[in-house]
Design a protein around this ligand. Sequence first.
Ligand SMILES: CCCCCCCCCCCC(=O)SCCNC(=O)CCNC(=O)[C@H](O)C(C)(C)COP(=O)(O)OP(=O)(O)OC[C@H]1O[C@@H](n2cnc3c(N)ncnc32)[C@H](O)[C@@H]1OP(=O)(O)O
Length: 194
Amino acid sequence: MSGRTPALTPPDSALAPVRHPDAPAPGEPIGSHYEHCFGCGGEQPHGLHLAAKAGEGVSVTAEFLVRPEHQGAPGLAHGGLLATALDDTLGALNWLLRVISVTGRLETDYLRPVPVGSVLHLSAEVTAVDGRKIYATAEGRLNAPDGPVAVRADALFVEVKVEHFTENGRPEEIRAAMDDPDQIRRVRAFEVNP
Ligand SMILES: CCCCCCCCCCCC(=O)SCCNC(=O)CCNC(=O)[C@H](O)C(C)(C)COP(=O)(O)OP(=O)(O)OC[C@H]1O[C@@H](n2cnc3c(N)ncnc32)[C@H](O)[C@@H]1OP(=O)(O)O
């Protein structure tokens, strides 16, 4: 198994993560931040449809049913999609910290093949915070929360302002999201920490 690169090792000055008082309660579904998100959006027909739940502390869990459209080799999940599943589960940690952050670096270990039809039980937690840098780790287990670990990742997320999205996203989608008459969807797409 690979070791962590220095960029993913929190410095001695890093602090333990703090669960936000308004974070969803353990066991509560987190829901999609954006309906067209490939990882968790309900309106992406070929998306992963990840359903994340808050865990204890600064952690989340999620499940991903590997469907035929997720194949790489015959009958096996594509590795890039497995990285996406890990990345999106890690992204859900934003709701526990109530900050907006994006993936800066993601290092993935593939430990076992993941057959089509498997349910990948994902879990992720923040391990340390250093200013805008959020260090986190995730793993995916086959077919049960205590099944064998098939994939794992270490990641660095970097806190950003909402302008990261509004100034860089394609204007059509930004406008559509901002004009969404559903206020909850509008807030989730743009304001993790209103
Ligand atoms: C609204 C709903 C939301 C909800 C959002 C939920 C989305 C969930 C989806 C899953 C998550 C994603 O896929 S997010 C999409 C994929 N990611 C992206 O598109 C990000 C693209 N990259 C960028 O925009 C940028 O590079 C940033 C924001 C990551 C960093 O740029 P910056 O803001 O200028 O900050 P910068 O000074 O460079 O970096 C800050 C600190 O982080 C460190 N750092 C930065 N990048 C790296 C890196 N790759 N490896 C190591 N370290 C790094 C720097 O050394 C520095 O450390 P020091 O000098 O301070 O020590």
